[in-house]
Design a protein around this ligand. Sequence first.
Ligand SMILES: [Zn+2]
Length: 105
Amino acid sequence: MDISAYIGSAVTAFQKVIKPLFELFKLKSEVATLRLENQELKKKVKDLEQRCKELEAPGEAKKLGYELCHCTTPPQIMNSIAHRVFVCPRCNNKVNLNATVAFSD
Ligand SMILES: [Zn+2]
């Protein structure tokens, strides 16, 4: 075997081993990237679902007869502390729906 044929076969063997290893490495890093993107997407979907719930919750609470305090966006659902008396858990604003409004004439 002359030297150039020897070098040629060595290079071929090197390529046969290194190329698949390199491709495997590349594939592994691609899989890792995809996994990260997948987690990122899952987190984004979860965050959006949570945000939707937060936005829907006050409307649902209002339908159930709860008062809303507009100190935050979305509004706070006020806790009922007595019959038709509500208090905001965030700012302690109180609403008494029993209080009669006096109109002066
Ligand atoms: Zn409030």
